[in-house]
Design a binder for this molecule. Structure first.
Ligand code: NIG
Ligand code: FE
Length: 387
C-alpha cells in the first residue's frame, strides 16, 4: 500500500520495538523485541540484548502483530446502498442484482470522486491496522469503466483484481466473451489478479472458466467469488484451476472442503458480509479442521459489507465462526498473504516488510473480547509511522 498514506512521523531510519508485551510474529523462536531497517524486519530477539537502532518504540504491556492483510475488497465505487441495507433490516433478502445500482453510480462518478472515495476507505483501513490491501474492479462492466477502476485502484495498492465478471450486462454469453477478450486485454496491464462471481444470477461455471482461464493465461492470479449465496460449482472450479483463493465459501459440501485442501486453495472467509446480509456464517471449523488454508477479509463494498475493519472481522470470526483468537489473527495476516501469494507480508520474520500493529491491549484476544473498541495504537508501514 502506498503513496496515499499520510505518514505522521519520520521513522525512516532503523526502528527498535522493545520491550514488547506479547509479540505475534509467526516466527519459530519466541521474541519480545524486533528491529526494522530499510523497511524490513532485520532482527528478532530478546529485549535483554537489543542491537543499536536510531529510534526505539516502547511496547511494554502491549501486543504487537503483523499488519493485517485484507485480501478481498471492492473499494472503488460511487454512491452507497444504505437504503438497500435498511430494506434488509426490514426483512428483504440480499440479491446479486443490487450490484447494478452501484454500477450506475460508479459510471456516473468522475475519476477524482472515485479516487477520493477509495483513498478515504484505504486510510480508514490503515487506521484499523490494515497494511496490505487488495482492491477489485467490478462496478464498471464496460471496457473503459473497468479499466479506469483498475487504474484508480493501482494508485492505492499493488494488489488489484479484474472483476469484469461481476454480473452480466445483457446476454451473459456475449458479455462473457467481451470480458474474456477485449475487456481483459484493456484491464490486464493494470491488474495482478482476476476474479469471477460464480453464482445463480451472475455467471455459471463454464462462463467463469472462460474468463478465469483467459486471465490465468496472462499471468493473473485466480480468485473466485464462490458458494456465497447457495451451494454451487465455484469452489470446485477454483480447485480445478489451481486458484489462489476461493472467496466467501458460505455453503460447502464435504467434497468442496476436500477439493480446497487437496488443491492448496486458500478459503477467504468474509463474515462481515454474512453479518450485513444476515446470511449463515461460513463453516470455518470444518475448513480449519480439514487442514485448508484459511484467510479472513473485509470484502468492503457498499452492498454486502460496508466496513474496512479487520478487528471487527476478527471479532466475528471468533464469536460466530468458532475460530480461536490466534487462528483468527493468523487468517487475517498469514492467510491473506497466502491468498495474495505475497510471501513477505502477514508475518514479522526476518526479511518481512516492516508492517506492524501495536495494540493498546496485552493480547490478540482483546480484539474479540472488546468488540467495537479501537485498540490500534500505532501502525508501522515499512517501518514508518502510518498512525
Ligand atoms: O463480495 N458477491 C459479489 N460481490 C460482492 C457484493 C457486491 C455488491 O452487492 O455490491 C460481495 O459480496
Ligand atoms: Fe466480494
Amino acid at each position: 500500500m502506498t503513496s496515499t498514506l499520510h505518514l505522521v512521523d519520520d521513522l525512516d531510519r532503523s526502528v527498535l520495538v522493545s520491550p514488547i508485551g506479547m509479540l505475534v510474529s509467526w516466527a519459530e523462536e519466541p521474541a519480545d523485541a524486533l528491529v526494522i531497517e530499510d523497511g524490513r524486519v532485520a532482527w528478532l530477539g530478546s529485549s535483554a540484548r537489543p542491537p543499536a537502532a536510531d529510534v526505539r518504540i516502547d511496547a511494554s504491556g502491549r501486543c504487537v502483530l503483523p499488519g493485517f492483510v485484507d485480501c478481498h475488497t471492492h473499494l472503488v465505487f460511487g454512491g452507497d446502498r444504505a437504503d438497500e441495507f435498511e430494506a434488509r433490516l426490514a426483512g428483504r433478502p440480499y440479491a446479486a442484482g443490487g450490484i447494478r445500482a452501484t454500477v450506475a453510480a460508479t459510471r456516473a462518478a468522475d475519476d477524482t470522486t472515485l479516487r477520493t472515495g477509495a483513498e478515504r476507505l484505504a486510510q480508514e483501513a490503515v487506521r484499523s491496522g490494515t497494511t496490505t490491501l487488495e482492491i477489485k474492479s467490478g462496478y464498471g462492466l464496460t471496457v473503459e469503466d473497468e479499466r479506469r477502476l483498475l487504474e484508480i485502484a493501482s494508485t492505492i495498492t499493488p494488489h488489484t483484481t479484474f472483476l469484469g465478471a461481476h454480473v452480466p450486462e445483457g446476454d451473459a454469453d456475449a458479455y462473457t466473451d467481451l470480458v474474456a477478450g477485449l475487456m481483459l486485454e484493456a484491464c490486464a496491464p493494470h491488474a495482478t489478479g482476476i476474479d469471477a462471481f460464480c453464482e445463480k444470477g451472475a455467471f455459471d461455471a463454464d462462463q467463469c472458466r472462460r474468463v478465469l482461464s483467459a486471465g490465468q493465461a496472462k499471468g493473473l492470479a485466480v480468485h473466485v467469488h464462490a458458494n456465497q449465496l447457495g451451494p454451487g460449482p465455484g469452489v470446485q472450479l477454483a480447485a480445478e484451476l489451481g486458484a489462489a483463493s476461493a472467496d466467501h465459501c458460505t455453503y460447502l459440501t464435504d467434497d468442496d472442503v476436500a477439493a480446497l485442501r487437496d488443491a492448496g486453495v486458500t478459503a477467504v472467509l468474509v463474515p462481515a458480509a454474512e453479518f450485513s446480509t444476515r446470511s449463515p456464517y461460513a463453516p470455518a471449523r470444518r475448513l480449519l479442521d480439514a487442514g485448508v488454508s484459511v484467510a479472513l477479509a473485509s470484502d468492503c463494498n457498499p452492498g454486502t459489507s460496508y466496513t474496512t475493519s479487520m478487528p471487527f472481522v476478527i471479532a466475528l470470526a471468533c464469536r460466530e465462526l468458532g475460530m480461536t483468537p490466534l487462528e483468527a489473527v493468523r487468517a487475517a495476516t498469514l492467510g491473506g498473504a497466502a491468498a495474495l501469494r505475497q510471501p513477505d507480508v502477514g508475518h514479522l520474520r526476518v526479511g518481512a516488510q516492516g508492517n506492524l500493529v501495536v495494540l493498546d491491549a496485552p493480547s490478540p484476544t482483546h480484539l474479540s473480547y472488546r468488540p467495537g473498541v479501537d485498540l490500534v495504537e500505532r501502525v508501522l508501514l515499512g517501518g514508518r509511522g502510518a498512525l
